[in-house]
Every structure is written in C-alpha cells, then in structure tokens.
Design a protein around this ligand. Sequence first.
Ligand code: EPU
Length: 333
Amino acid sequence: MEIQQDIDLAPYNSFGISQQAAYFADVRQVADLQQALAFAQQQQLPMQVLGAGSNTLFTRDFPGLIVQMNCKGIERLPGTDSVKAACGENWHDLVKYCLNNNLYGIENLALIPGTVGAAPIQNIGAYGVELAQLFLQLEAWDSRSGELHCMTKSACQFGYRDSLFKQAAGQHLIVLSLTLQLSQEYVPRIDYHGLKQAFGGAEPGPRQVFDKVCEIRRGKLPDPGILGNAGSFFKNPVIAVSQYQALQQQYPDLPAYDTEEAASVKLPAAWLLEQIGAKGRRRGGAAVHAEHALVLVNTGSASGEDILLLAQELSDAVLQTFGISLQTEVRIV
Ligand code: EPU
C-alpha cells in the first residue's frame, strides 16, 4: 500500500468540505493497517480513522494520517442466520444482502449512509431499530498492542448513538468486521411514529418496510451526492421527566418519546430547532435544510468552520430558549 501525501478530503466526507490531509492510507487488509500504524508512529503523526466520512466534519487541514478502512467481504456464516461483513462494505449493501438472503431484522436500517465499520461506533439507529439489537460480535484491531480482539455486545457499551469506541478508553480500537444476528422469521417493527400509519393498518412484509423506510428517508433527508450533509447534526436530547413536565407548561405541543429509563424522555431536537426558527438559517455556505431542521447542509461553498458556527448559533439559541444543551452527533475533526 502506498501512503499518499497532500490529499484533498472533499471526496472523503459527505459534507463535501475541502480540507487537506498531510497523509492518507487506503486500507484494504490488516497488513495495510499495520503499515499505516507503523508509519504514523515513526513520523509521530496524529491519526484519524475514517469510513465513508458520512458522519465527520473537517474544520481544518489535518496534519497527520487519515486511515480509510476499505476492507471488503460479506458472508453468511455457514449453518447460521448470522452475517459477517468487513468494515469497508457499504451499510446499505449489507441491508440488501440480508434481505436477498431472506434474513430479517435489519430492514428498518435501510439507506443509512456510511460503512459497516462505522455502524457500531455510533450505534446507528432508525425507525425503531438500533444496531445493538442485531449485534453478535465484532473484530477490532488494537492499535496499542497490535492484537486482534473479538468483542461482545456488552464489551462495546452501546448506548443511544454511543459506544466504547467514542470514548477515550476505546480510541485505540479499530473495527475490522461486524457480525450480526438476523432471523429467518420475520417480525415487523413498525411502532416508530408515522411508520405504522404509512401502511394504513395492513401488516407489511420485510421488503415493504425496506421500501417505505427508503421512501421516508428520501423525502426528508437530502442526498449527500447532491447537497452535502451528514444526516442529523445533533443527538436528540434525553432529559428528566420533571424537566419535560416543566417545559410542557410553556410548550404544550412539545413532543417526547419514551426511553429505556422511566425517569427520562427523549425530545426531537428538530422540533426544538424549528421553534427557534432554524429552518432557512444560513452562515456563509452553510444552511439548515428546508425539509428537516436537524440537518445542516453545505450549499456548495461552505467551509467546515461555517457549518460549525451555524451549529454553535443554533445550539446557543436552543439553550437560551429551552435550557437544553444539544450534543453533536457528527464527529468534529
Ligand atoms: N420535526 C420537526 N421539524 C422537522 C423535522 C422533524 O419538528 O423539520 C419533529 C417532528 O415532531 C418529528 C420529530 O421531530 O415527528 C422526529 O423527526 P424524525 O422522525 O425525522 O426523526 P429525528 O428524531 O429527527 C432520528 C434520528 C435519525 C433517524 C430518524 C428515524 C437522531 C439524532 N436522529 O431523527 O437518524 O433516521 O430518527 O428513526 O437520533 C442520523 O442519525 O443521522 C439520522 C438521520
């Protein structure tokens, strides 16, 4: 593998932000990863692991080594309903592979941008299903010891858009492959608001759920190939029920969703943003998407800084109005 120099990162992030990386490694196999790690160590360079760049905002040139994980391969493990996929596979291709092999449970996660290796980092989720629910195990390369670890679900510490890999204690682990537990028996999961109604009372099959989720996503979320974006920019805030009740006095229409803990609820950040007049706001080339207040877009000429400043402005306004501090979902580099 050749380590490339002075690379424009625009094709490697879904915001389409143009920043330079001093070095770039296109990793296809473990040996490439070992070579990249050795290079970064010798040159004392900071290192950043990247999948498809669909959840990353580059705000300045990166003086170190970007390691893009491009290992390929998807296989159904013989005699099981489990599927193992390499980190560089496209997530949506994996969803299609499962459906084509009559393996179910994953159809609500259709059309999520990004790679298989990035999916566990933020425990991707949509329309009532989270990766953690399908997770069997993963293989991660330990960049400190040079060892391969096989990690169980509890070891990954999954939470809402969260895992060990996002925390300081998991930064040295690089996901190589993911194994999911699927099922040949189909159980529709259509409780997410809007999904059940979309089928008008009929019980859909897996292919119909897959198609509907794709249709809803295409209607609300801009195609990064046309308008640079990284999906939801902020996480939906989880607050105490008591705080929610207090806010409800002032905002009777404020929606809230149950969480696993009875004492807290999750609020749609998009609703809060809409109340502060986010839609249509701009900062340089950055704007809030007209169809969804939680999505920040690059209208063509945005810098990473424009997007960051717009995000800061929005979260300041939400804090001032609702007393709620929004956390970014997107990784800021
Ligand atoms: N809403 C508004 N204005 C808007 C859009 C939404 O007020 O412009 C309100 C509505 O009340 C709506 C509610 O927000 O019912 C929820 O909106 P939506 O169903 O679009 O979901 P979301 O909470 O904004 C989350 C995930 C998405 C995921 C969808 C579907 C987060 C941070 N985002 O969005 O994930 O696709 O649910 O499950 O949890 C992503 O992570 O990048 C992502 C797109």
